[in-house]
Design a protein around this ligand. Structure first.
Ligand SMILES: [Fe+2]
Length: 161
């Protein structure tokens, strides 16, 4: 169970524990998604290399920003923030990145699958935290969800040729 620090935030300890645990799961998921997006950024090859290379880096920066906001919300609620790389390896629900895939369309499909998975998980978290009565975390998940959906659009537009 999460060890909470004291705070004057008037959400119940149970809500703060549940929300902090969920946030930290997502911090771990975003850690994995960030590394996988960087692997796409570094390894992609093809006729439009520079466009893909730059797009993937832009998405990676959004992922890093989201990860930071989620971790800081966990700290705000009085919990420990984040997880170790070893825990990320054990707990991430993303498929392992294929280091042999480099062709641009294949790389985009791998990224689409992973970003889509995370986007849909976060959409579910919007409803979960609303039910728990933490409107601020719901708002944060909504902001993160909106950016993930937009990045998914940017990826999927490349597949529609
Ligand atoms: Fe780079």
């Amino acid at each position: 169970m999460v060890q909470l620090h004291s705070t004057t935030i008037n959400l119940s300890p149970t809500v703060r524990e549940n929300v902090t645990a969920l946030l930290n799961q997502r911090v771990g998921l975003f850690t994995d998604l960030f590394v996988q997006t960087k692997l796409a950024h570094w390894n992609v090859r093809g006729r439009h290399f520079i466009a893909y290379h730059e797009l993937f880096d832009s998405i990676a920066s959004h992922i890093l920003n989201a990860q930071d906001m989620l971790a800081e919300r966990a700290a705000t609620l009085g919990g420990s923030a984040g997880m170790t790389v070893q825990d990320v390896g054990q707990k991430s629900t993303l498929p392992v990145w294929s280091m042999t895939v480099r062709q641009d369309t294949h790389v985009i499909r791998l990224l689409q699958e992973r970003l889509g998975h995370v986007a849909n998980e976060i959409r579910h978290d919007i409803d979960t935290t609303a039910q728990w009565g933490d409107a601020d975390t719901t708002d944060l998940f909504t902001e993160v969800s909106r950016q993930l959906d937009k990045d998914l659009w940017f990826l999927e537009a490349h597949l529609d040729v």
